[in-house]
Design a protein around this ligand. Structure first.
Ligand code: SF4
Length: 390
C-alpha cells in the first residue's frame, strides 16, 4: 500500500493530517512550526493520556492514538502553565471538543462562560466572530484564535456601515443582530441574539420599544424562521450560512424514505421549507438536549458534521444518520494550530475600545434577557410568513 496522507476516517474528518505507511500510522505530519522531537509518544505522554482515549474511541482508531496523544498532552500542559482555557464550539472536531476543550457548547453558552472564567488567556476553538465576542466580554484577557482565516459566510455578509444605512432608512425600528457578526456590526446594533434566544429577544425588544416591527440580520433564513414563531413583523437581510443553506426539503424527504422512522432535527439557519419538514428545530444546544432527553432510536441532525460526532459520543445508544455539511471555516481550527497559537501566544484578537463598549452593551443586553428555553424551539407546523428581505 505504501505511504499515504489521510485526514478522514470512515468519511469523517479527524482533524489532523496523518502519514500512514502500510496501514499503520507511522509519523504524524506536523505543522512546520512544531519541531520534530518535541511531541513524541513517550511513557510520560502515554501515562498522562491513556484515560482520555475512551472519549474518542469511536473517532480515532487505536493505532492512530500515538499520533494524537502527544499534542493533546502538550496543549493541556500549556493551558496549566499559562492559565489558559479553550472554549470549544459544538462544531469543533471530537479531538478538540472532547480532549482539550475546557468549555464546550453553542455561541451563547461560550459567551457566558467567557464572562465567568478567571483565566489570563482564552483560546477560541471556533471562528473569528466568536473570538471577538470573547474579547468584547473580557477586555482584560488575551483572546487568541488559532487561525485568522476562520471566518463565516454570515459574518462577512454585512458591515457596521450597512447597519448605519439601514437605521437611517428605518428609523425607530430596533435592529436585532445575530451573534454571527463582526464586532463593528454588533457595535451598531440595538441588541444581539443567538439561535437559542432569537424569538425571545425579538419579542422583548419590541415590547421595550413599543413597536411591532423589527430588523433582524444578517441570516435571512433565521429571520424567516423567527417570523413564523411570533406576531412581530420581521425585516431580514440577505446573508446565509453556507453550511445550513445547502439542505433542502427534498433532502429531508429522501432521508426519511431511506431511513424509515428516523427523527429529523434541524438548525434554524436552515431554509424554512427544511424546518417545515423537520420533527424539531432549535439551536445546537437544543438539538443536543433533544437527543439526550428523547433518546430517539435513530436521528438526523441537519447541521455541521462535527456536531453529530460530538452528540453521538454522549449518546452511544442512539444511531446517527449523517447527511451533514462541513463548515470550512470551523475546520481551519486544528490541534496543531491550537498548540502553536498557545505556545507562541500569537493571533491575538483585538477590538478598538470605543467599538467594544458599544458591542458589549448589545451582547450583555442579550445575555440579560431571561427566557424560557422552550421559546427557542421552532414549531415546524406553523405556516410561512411574508418577510421583506433588504
Ligand atoms: S456553520 Fe455557518 S454560521 Fe457557523 S461559522 Fe460556518 S458558515 Fe458561519
Amino acid at each position: 500500500m505504501g505511504k499515504e496522507l489521510v485526514n478522514w476516517e470512515n468519511g469523517r474528518w479527524i482533524g489532523q493530517t496523518l502519514e500512514v505507511e502500510n496501514g499503520v500510522c507511522a509519523v504524524p505530519s506536523r505543522d512546520p512550526a512544531v519541531p520534530d522531537g518535541v511531541l513524541e509518544y513517550t511513557d510520560e505522554v502515554k501515562a498522562a493520556t491513556d484515560h482520555l482515549y475512551d472519549q474518542v474511541s469511536d473517532f480515532i482508531p487505536k493505532f492512530e492514538w500515538p499520533a494524537f496523544a502527544p499534542i493533546v498532552h502538550a496543549i493541556n500542559k500549556l493551558k496549566k502553565e499559562k492559565n489558559a482555557v479553550i472554549l470549544a464550539h459544538n462544531y469543533m472536531t471530537p479531538d478538540i471538543f472532547s480532549l482539550i476543550g475546557d468549555y464546550t457548547g453553542d455561541s451563547l453558552g461560550l459567551a457566558i462562560e467567557a464572562t465567568k472564567t478567571d483565566a489570563d488567556i482564552i483560546v477560541q476553538g471556533g471562528v473569528h466572530f466568536m473570538a471577538e465576542t470573547s474579547k468584547i466580554l473580557c477586555p482584560d484577557k488575551r483572546v487568541l484564535i488559532p487561525s485568522m482565516r476562520a471566518g463565516c459566510s454570515l459574518a462577512s455578509s454585512i458591515t457596521g456601515e450597512d447597519i448605519k444605512l439601514i437605521k437611517q432608512r428605518y428609523p425607530g425600528i430596533p435592529v436585532v443582530t445575530y451573534v454571527n457578526t463582526s464586532a463593528d456590526v454588533k457595535a451598531e446594533s440595538d441588541i444581539c441574539c443567538t439561535s437559542s434566544n432569537a424569538v425571545a429577544i425579538v419579542e422583548s425588544i419590541c415590547a421595550d420599544w413599543g413597536v411591532d416591527k423589527v430588523i433582524m440580520l444578517p441570516d435571512e433564513f433565521l429571520a424567516k424562521n423567527v417570523a413564523k414563531q411570533t406576531g412581530i413583523e420581521v425585516i431580514a437581510w440577505h446573508g446565509r450560512c453556507e453550511v445550513h443553506a445547502r439542505f433542502s426539503a427534498q433532502d429531508v424527504r429522501d432521508m426519511r424514505e431511506a431511513n424509515p422512522g428516523v427523527v429529523v432535527l434541524a438548525h434554524p439557519e436552515c431554509p424554512p421549507e427544511v424546518v417545515a419538514e423537520s420533527d424539531f428545530t432549535g439551536s445546537t444546544k437544543a438539538m443536543s438536549d433533544y437527543v439526550g432527553d428523547h433518546k430517539p432510536k435513530n436521528v438526523i441532525l441537519l447541521t455541521e458534521c462535527s456536531m453529530s460526532d460530538n452528540v453521538a459520543m454522549a449518546n452511544p445508544d442512539v444511531d446517527f444518520v449523517r447527511p451533514c455539511n462541513l463548515c470550512p471555516h470551523m475546520k481551519r481550527i486544528t490541534l496543531e494550530n491550537i498548540y502553536t497559537c498557545l505556545r507562541d501566544e500569537v493571533h491575538e484578537v483585538l477590538v478598538p475600545e470605543d467599538m467594544r463598549e458599544k458591542a458589549f452593551k448589545a451582547v450583555m443586553d442579550m445575555i440579560n434577557v431571561k427566557f424560557d428555553p422552550v421559546k427557542g424551539h421552532f414549531d415546524p407546523t406553523l405556516p410561512e410568513k411574508d418577510v421583506k428581505v433588504i
